[in-house]
Design a binder for this molecule. Sequence first.
Ligand code: ZN
Length: 611
Amino acid sequence: MVVLKMPRSLFNMIFMVCFFLFASCKTQKEKIDFSIEKPEKVLLIYDSSDMYSSECVENARWAFKYAKVNYDELDLLDYQGKLVQDFQNYYAIVFATEFIKKLSKDDCQRIKNFVANGGGLAVIYRGYNENLSELFGVKLRDARNLFLKRGNSGLVFNANLMPMLKNTAIPDSILRDLSMFDFIHFGSKSIIATSSDKIPVVWQLRYGLGKVIYWNTSILVNKLLRGFITRSIISVSDKFVQPISNLAVIFIDDFPTAVPNVKKKLIWDEFNMTMAEYHFFIFYPDMVKLADEIGLKYTAGLTFNYGADIKPPFHLTEWRVGKVKVFDKEVEVSKSIARQFKSKNELAFHGYNHISLLVDEWKDIENMKSALRFAQKKWEEEGLGKLPITYIPPTNWIDSIGVQAIVQSFPSIKVIAGLYSGFFDVGQSREFGPEPWNRKLYCIPRVSAGFLIDDYTKLLILSEVAMLGVWTHFIHPDDVIYTPDEVENPELVRNWFYLPWRGKNGEGLYFKFKEWLKDFKKNYPYIRFMTCAEAYEEMQKFDNLMIEYEFFEDEIRIKTNQKEVFLVADIDAKYKGVELTNAVIVHSGVTDFTNFVVLKTLDNSVILKLR
Ligand SMILES: [Zn+2]
């Protein structure tokens, strides 16, 4: 393991000044001026006739957009045996096609020279060319039978391509076929990941002064793994600068909500309480405690009713049902929680009822709009504070008519918080940015869910953080009761192992989540937990951020159009320290391939001197 070492005096200066005086680090500020002569660039090589890799190419483009990577594209479609590109303009080349087999011997030699002279090469979609064999550290076992037939499932990470990744293991049941080439390995390399049968899937090696990372799989076609594209390029770059929006949003969907006075098995067994009592006496106080301990803020999705109709007369019957006794006084659970909750957190809107805003469900837009207007009126009458900014679509489904209904009848709503994955036509598979069906709304899509963070969920979270410096996650107060016994559709199961809420020895969902949060905070202490409304402000600012940087032998020069920007600077492990002008260090750490610092800039011009 590499440790980021700094000369003692420098260490004292930077760490004491920056950690101690984080908020008032003006002493470090210096009026400097320079212009970026030659902004650093990456070259993305793909082939538009290679259908299978097209999603991987698209993911690379998105990864670059989020990381604000300056890049050129090169399509091999009309390749005539000679690349015209001058590779000296780039610090890294990315291969995202199987059709690198087209590359001529001369071009392969030029690419080898590029790497040998210190360039980076990231193969993010498996491809092969015998003239690049040395660069990849592998050769095909049998040119007529490309694919590995056995041992091509599951994925186990053996190295920290990013913090927390090592020992993450995705079972064969989730990754059944990695679509791997059957290679014979030679030379020395770091194995980043293997299949369950210990066959290398991802590796990195040094070639001359440069570095190569190779993904012997097609899995980076998965949008959820985009952050791995970013990290792959970082792992082969001598220097890398990534602006991040640096935030995490934890949503509690269906809370506060119309909660009935019914008994549900797991909760009754553990607490002898109805669901209404559990919401009031257990869940809400536990979540408040967690927020205080970890430093969280929540964004909760309020729903007034569940079974209610799509046509007037609308009402709050179900909303009023949940009752508890506090010192012999009857208290309305939903309203009382909602009023308290809003003081420290964001109350978002999850529906008058839990029927998705789909025209198939509501028959026409007028029904949607009148329910939305009714909800706004009641929001005010119930004393729930300012009208909501965030809308969380019930079941994460909404269509374009539903989006129009919100824009036309619910003007306080600015954000839709749906899903990052899933199906576009029902309002899912969204990007951070304007809602494609109506640009008056902004999307903050959620990547992960649940109290139990298994290794696959962890992989998605690490990918999102690597992509944008963001984690968006949702949970439900009743996740605990959604056991396989309770729901027929396995996709709706949220508590596969029948875990209690707290448990006697910390085995409950609540403590599992708390453990994960602590671990996450230890590894990513700089990530700011905030409400979705705050994240919306930050994301807009981030969208307007422009950055250019230039690498020199032992120096990185950065220009931005904003101040107080969060940047992650990854540098080759040969650099042991960094001296900053016009930025403070918020965090520093190591991966198995780089040393890194997380910075907050103080001015538009920043210089990192590398030691
Ligand atoms: Zn819901």
